[in-house]
Ligand binder design. Structure first.
Ligand code: ADP
Length: 467
């Protein structure tokens, strides 16, 4: 059964309150009872002494006992208080016994006392006890003896019983107040916690329905809930960015393919209608467009391939500086045409990678550097082994990439400067393929601004042990 947060909190607060009150009640009851028993036993002793003193003072100086009426009144009064009185003379002869006077009232009284005590003190283990006390005149003359029978070790009267009841009642009332407070605090805390949580849930639902524009924004005084709200807001923001990117990508793809296709169609129609002569130059131009379209399709294919399943890597250890020099040589004619200086610096640098896949990364980085660096510029490729792995940089003196574009440069079809890249024939796919491959190697790729305004692409690859 699923319980709401409020129910759980209220339940746990109540449990704590019950536990606290019950343990407090048990402990204090135990000590109270102990102390109370001591007090009552002492009280009984005092009372006995009082009775004996009263009887002794009723004797004449010569040692003559008072009249029978005195003992009868005293005996009955004491019997009502739970004490059975017997008086003897110095020879031990019984002068008075309340049981004989009370005609069975004594047994009734003592039986009632026992039941009453057992009801008041459930653990009461008292029994009928008799205290025999001799008494003397002021001058030390022996006057006789008294036997006081009662339920011992103590007996409580109605006043004391009322005190105990009130005391227990006060404890129960405290318990009830504690419980009510626990329920109140539980509901208060639950509303404090669950209200913002409900907002977060609402926001998550709203995101699931595709509404990425809303933000929770409100803060609470609970750090965890604030962190959760911030994460949900962050998620909404990333999804919003992704959605915008997807829309832009869809537009870019259709634009990218439609433009050359329209050009091809209008040119071919003009030739078919006889408006244009199909000269070798014109046909060559059309073939160029078709080649570019074919290249774009194969780049999209490559991207789909690396993104749709894990890149299979066949890793070996080889010198990446040598590989970079080979890649640079492949662009020899273009480099010469633009009069660029392409330098591969640093000595042999061994990496643990898939030669052919990592070659694609180098081709993309070097071809971009060559493509986006104006004539007379300079491209430097350098690989270095560091404590954390290998650091490969491809730096150029081209136009560079705006800081605002840098976070998106590795997204497919993203081009920093659309007009410039259209001229250079870029499709915005190369860097996304490069990032997929680098990440499959456990590495990372980023772009920084280079000194002199160009760009510096940095690839970090883990060493053989870490990868
Ligand atoms: P493209 O085929 O357009 O070059 P990439 O994915 O390789 O596709 O690059 C994405 C975009 O990044 C490019 O269109 C360009 O705007 C920018 N870019 C990449 N490399 C460089 C560079 N070395 N200098 C300036 N801009 C670059």
């Amino acid at each position: 059964m699923k319980l709401s947060l409020a129910a759980k909190l209220v339940f746990s607060y109540c449990l704590i309150a019950i536990f606290l009150v019950a343990s407090l009640l048990l402990v204090s009851n135990y000590f109270f009872q102990k102390q109370f028993e001591v007090y009552l036993a002492h009280k009984q002793e005092m009372k006995n002494q009082e009775v004996v003193n009263l009887i002794a003072s009723s004797y004449t100086e010569g040692g003559t006992p008072p009249g029978g009426h005195f003992f009868e009144t005293l005996g009955n009064t004491l019997l009502e208080q739970g004490i059975v009185l017997m008086v003897y003379d110095t020879a031990g002869t019984e002068l008075f016994c309340v049981t004989k006077q009370a005609h069975g009232c004594c047994e009734r009284e003592s039986g009632g006392m026992e039941a009453y005590m057992k009801e008041t003190f459930p653990g009461y283990s008292g029994e009928y006890t008799e205290d025999k006390i001799d008494f003397f005149s002021d001058k030390g003359l022996a006057l006789g003896g008294v036997t006081l029978g009662y339920y011992g070790p103590f007996y409580i009267d109605e006043g004391e019983h009322n005190f105990i009841s009130r005391w227990s009642g006060a404890f129960l009332a405290t318990g009830a107040v504690f419980l009510a407070a626990a329920i109140g605090i539980g509901f208060f805390m639950a509303s404090k916690i669950s209200a913002p949580l409900q907002k977060v849930t609402q926001q998550a639902k709203s995101i699931a329905e595709g509404n990425y524009g809303q933000r929770i924004a409100e803060t609470t005084n609970t750090a965890e809930i604030d962190a959760l709200s911030a994460s949900i807001d962050h998620l909404a923001e990333s999804l919003q960015t992704q959605l915008a990117l997807k829309k832009r990508m869809a537009g870019d793809y259709s634009h990218e393919f439609r433009t050359p296709l329209t050009a091809l169609q209008t040119n071919l129609e003009a030739m078919i209608d006889g408006l244009w002569q199909p000269t070798p130059e014109r046909l060559e131009g059309l073939r160029g467009e078709i080649t570019r379209l074919g290249q774009m399709v194969s780049e999209v294919d490559r991207l789909v391939e690396v993104q749709s399943r894990p890149v299979q890597l066949n890793k070996t250890s080889y010198d990446v500086t040598e590989q970079a020099a080979g890649v640079a040589r492949a662009f020899e004619s273009e480099i010469q045409k633009k009069g660029l200086a392409v330098l591969v610096e640093g000595g042999a640098c061994f990496i643990w990678a898939d030669y052919s896949r990592f070659g694609q990364v180098l081709v993309n980085l070097v071809s971009n550097a060559v493509k986006y660096t104006p004539p007379g510029g300079r491209v430097v490729i350098e690989a270095k082994n560091t404590a954390k792995g290998t650091r490969l940089t491809v730096q150029d003196t081209g136009a560079g990439i705006d800081e605002a574009d840098r976070p998106y440069i590795f997204d497919h079809l993203y081009r920093a400067d659309t007009s410039r890249t259209r001229e250079t024939g870029g499709s915005g796919i190369g860097l996304s393929v490069a990032r997929e491959i680098v990440q499959a190697h456990g590495g990372s790729i980023a772009v920084q601004g280079a000194a002199g305004g160009g760009s510096c692409f940095v690839v970090l690859l883990p060493g053989e042990e870490e990868s």
